[in-house]
Write a protein that binds this ligand. Structure first.
Ligand SMILES: Cc1ncc(COP(=O)(O)O)c(C=O)c1O
Length: 365
C-alpha cells in the first residue's frame, strides 16, 4: 500500500519559497529607519535595478501584480477594438483585455509549445485589430520572431504575458526583450515572488516613463501628465523580492533536478511532458502532464487526491469557453485543457514524494 510507505502529508501544486527570516528582518530595520514604506521608495528602486540587471532588460517598472501589469500595458498603447490572444492561459490574460474594454479574439495554440499558433494569427486580423497579446505558457516561449514580423506587417502592438517566464532566455537573450512590452507576475505561487507583485518591462525609455506615470496616478510631484491608476507596490513587498532574488538560480537548479526526476519516472507512460528546445534557457516553472484522454486525467487526479496530493488543472477551461464569453472554437486548446494536470512542483519537493507521485500515476494508467 502506497499510503503505508509514506506519511500522508498534504502535497499541493506549489509551495512558496520563504527566505531566512533574519534576512527579511534586516530590510524591516531599514524600512523602520527610513520611515518610507511606499511611493517609489529606495527598496522598490533597488529591486527594479537589480531585476533589470538579473533579467537583462532595460526598463522594469515594479507593480502590484501581474494583472495590473497587463492592464497598464494595454493602456500604455491606448488599445481599442480587437486584441488577438491565446485561449490557453490563466484567466487574467483574457480578463485584462475585457476589463480595458477591448475584445479578445482567440487564436488556437500550437500543440507542442502550447503557445498561440503564430501560423493562425494572420487569418484573424481585421481592421479592428490593435494588438497581439500572447502568453509564454509555462515559461515556454511563443514564436517571437514570427509574431514580431506579423505585428510589423500589420502595424500591431505586441504584449507578452510573461507571468511564467521569469529568467527564460532565447539564444541567450532575455525573453522579456521581445515584443513592445512584457509583463511578469511575482505572485507567491511563482518561482520568483514578492508575495504579490508584478512588472511591466520594455526596452523603450519613453514607454517606460509612460508606464511609470500610469502606475502612479499620472503625476510626478506637482506636475500632472496623464491619467493614471495606483499600481505602485510597497517597500515590504520589494524587500521580499530582494531577499528572494539571490536565491533564484539555486531554486531553478533544484527545480531542474526535480523536473528531470519526474521525466525519468514517467517515461514510457502514455503521457506527454514539456519538450524544451536546445536554444532555450528554461526556468522550470511548471511540470504539466498531458494525458492521452480526459478519462486518464480524471483517473490520475482522483488517485492522487486519494493520497492527499493535489495537482491542478492548469489551464482549464480553455478561455474561449469561459461562461461569460462566446468564443471562437479552438480545438487544440480545448482538447489539451481537458487532459492536462500540473503536478506538485517546487524547490523543496522531496525525492520520495516525486517517486510516490510517479508511482501513483503509473498504477492509475
Ligand atoms: C499567465 C498568467 N498571466 C497573468 C497572471 C496574473 O498574475 P497576478 O496573479 O500576479 O495578478 C497569472 C497568474 O497566475 C498567470 O498565470
Amino acid at each position: 500500500m502506497l499510503s503505508k510507505l509514506q506519511p500522508l502529508t498534504r502535497l499541493d501544486v506549489t509551495k512558496t519559497y520563504l527566505p531566512p527570516q533574519e534576512r527579511y528582518n534586516q530590510y524591516l530595520e531599514e524600512i523602520w529607519q527610513q520611515g518610507w514604506i511606499t511611493n517609489n521608495g529606495p527598496i522598490v528602486q533597488k529591486l527594479e535595478r537589480n531585476l533589470e540587471t538579473y533579467l537583462g532588460v532595460k526598463h522594469l517598472q515594479y507593480v502590484t501584480n501581474g494583472t495590473i501589469a497587463l492592464q497598464l500595458a494595454i493602456r500604455a498603447f491606448e488599445l481599442t477594438g480587437e486584441i488577438i490572444t491565446t485561449p490557453y492561459s490563466y484567466i487574467a490574460t483574457t480578463s485584462s483585455i475585457l476589463w480595458e474594454n477591448c475584445t479578445p479574439v482567440f487564436v488556437d495554440i500550437d500543440g507542442k509549445s502550447l503557445c498561440i499558433d503564430a501560423n493562425l494569427i494572420e487569418a484573424q486580423i481585421t481592421n479592428k485589430t490593435s494588438a497581439i497579446m500572447a502568453t509564454h505558457v509555462y515559461g515556454l516561449p511563443c514564436e517571437v520572431e514570427k509574431i514580431g514580423a506579423i505585428a510589423k506587417r500589420y502595424n500591431l502592438k505586441v504584449i507578452y504575458d510573461g507571468a511564467h517566464a521569469f529568467g527564460v532566455k532565447i539564444n541567450g537573450t532575455s525573453i522579456y526583450q521581445y515584443g513592445d512590452v512584457s509583463t511578469a507576475s511575482f505572485h507567491a505561487t511563482k518561482l520568483f515572488h514578492t508575495i504579490e507583485g508584478g512588472a511591466v518591462i520594455t526596452q523603450n525609455s519613453e514607454l517606460s516613463e509612460k508606464l511609470f506615470l500610469s502606475k502612479a496616478f499620472g503625476h510626478r510631484a506637482e506636475e500632472y501628465y496623464q491619467v493614471g491608476i495606483n499600481g505602485k507596490n510597497s517597500e515590504f513587498h520589494a524587500a521580499m523580492g530582494l531577499c528572494n532574488l539571490p536565491m533564484v538560480d539555486s531554486i531553478i537548479g533544484q527545480r531542474k533536478a526535480i523536473f528531470e526526476r519526474y521525466a525519468a519516472l514517467l517515461s514510457g507512460l502514455p503521457v506527454r511532458i514539456l519538450q524544451i528546445d536546445k536554444n532555450i534557457t528554461y526556468n522550470y516553472a511548471y511540470f504539466p502532464v498531458i494525458f492521452e484522454t480526459h478519462d486518464d486525467m480524471l483517473k490520475v487526479k482522483a488517485a492522487l487526491e486519494q493520497e492527499n496530493i493535489f495537482p491542478r488543472r492548469y489551464f482549464y477551461p480553455s478561455l474561449n469557453r469561459l461562461p461569460f464569453r462566446e468564443g471562437e472554437a479552438c480545438p487544440v486548446s480545448e482538447d489539451i485543457s481537458q487532459k492536462v494536470l500540473c503536478l506538485p512542483f517546487y524547490h523543496q519537493l522531496a525525492q520520495q514524494d516525486v517517486q510516490r507521485i510517479a508511482l501513483i500515476i503509473r498504477k492509475s494508467l
